[in-house]
Design a protein around this ligand. Structure first.
Ligand SMILES: Cc1cc2nc3c(=O)[nH]c(=O)nc-3n(C[C@H](O)[C@H](O)[C@H](O)COP(=O)(O)O)c2cc1C
Length: 260
């Protein structure tokens, strides 16, 4: 699929084909996409555990649910649990030196092994890793970047994806999660049982509501030709049609025996 169409086609899928297996090859593509995400100091902030639903007991699945994660966890054949590793600084120094040696961090910009030791690590990475708030912020941003790439790769492979909360204590015990990993989100993966459009693209506010130029209060002025081009190229797709969507939900509710 074209890149812009992948972005436009992604939406949170909540109805999955429960018995259509997801090929491990496709999961690996998603993990590789996450692995290729940009990352501060080229360190390993992001961890994930891939779980196949049918390898979890019904009891564990119930315990993993939250007020906002309900039947989708029963329907999705795969759940990927994402974590941020608070021990990210452990390998940052060697990762940075590797980048210096390869020329990714060039001498023209001040980089050398001693700059890594005395400046980047001593003044930036280490203080950040010792501050709980800064570390949490850092691993959260890193996780967001990696998860977003995994989601888009999944969509590109024809899968449905959706991020959800999960009961972290249960997951920690069942998945044997190390103490230095903090829970991020659970990514459900499967083939959609709803249509690929899932009722249409979710509403978003115009760019100028959130994005500014030069200073706050000067909203980004949309270029209409670009907006039109993005509609043709699939990044902007048809908005949700509630009549069609509610009809689809009724069909899915009947099929899966869900309440209406
Ligand atoms: C970080 C994150 C956490 C989310 N958690 C939940 C959740 O717990 N339950 C749920 O039903 N949807 C969850 N969602 C999905 C959002 O509600 C969804 O993104 C929103 O409805 C916009 O739709 P879209 O993703 O289809 O564009 C989450 C999405 C993100 C990005």
């Amino acid at each position: 699929m074209e890149f812009k169409r992948v972005i436009g086609t992604r939406r949170t899928i909540r109805f999955f084909e429960p018995n259509r297996a997801v090929e491990p090859e496709k999961i690996q593509i998603m993990l590789e996409a996450a692995n290729r995400a940009s990352r501060a100091v080229n360190a390993d902030f992001v961890k994930a555990i891939v779980c196949y639903r049918d390898e979890l007991t019904d009891e564990v699945r119930e315990q993993l649910k939250t007020p906002t994660t309900t039947v989708q966890l029963d329907l999705a054949p795969v759940a990927i649990f994402w974590y941020g590793d608070l021990a990210f600084a452990d390998n940052a120094q060697s990762r940075l030196k590797e980048l210096v040696d390869l020329g990714a961090l060039p001498v023209t910009h001040g980089w050398s092994h001693s700059y890594v030791d005395d400046v980047a690590v001593a003044q930036s990475v280490e203080p950040m890793s010792k501050d709980a708030m800064a570390s949490t912020w850092a691993v959260s941003v890193e996780s967001g970047l990696a998860i977003a790439q995994a989601m888009l790769a999944g969509v590109d492979e024809g899968l449905g994806v959706g991020l959800h909360s999960f009961e972290a204590e249960t997951a920690k015990a069942v998945l044997k999660v190390p103490d230095n990993w903090i829970p991020m989100w659970m990514l459900l993966v499967g083939y959609p049982a709803e249509s690929h459009e899932a009722g249409g693209q979710r509403p978003r506010r115009p760019l100028g509501d959130n994005f500014h130029r030069g200073q706050y209060g000067s909203p980004w002025d949309e270029i209409p030709e670009v907006t039109e081009r993005l509609k043709k190229e699939g990044m902007i797709q048809a908005p949700m049609d509630p009549t069609l969507r509610f009809a689809e939900i009724r069909r899915l509710a009947e099929r899966f025996g869900l309440p209406l």
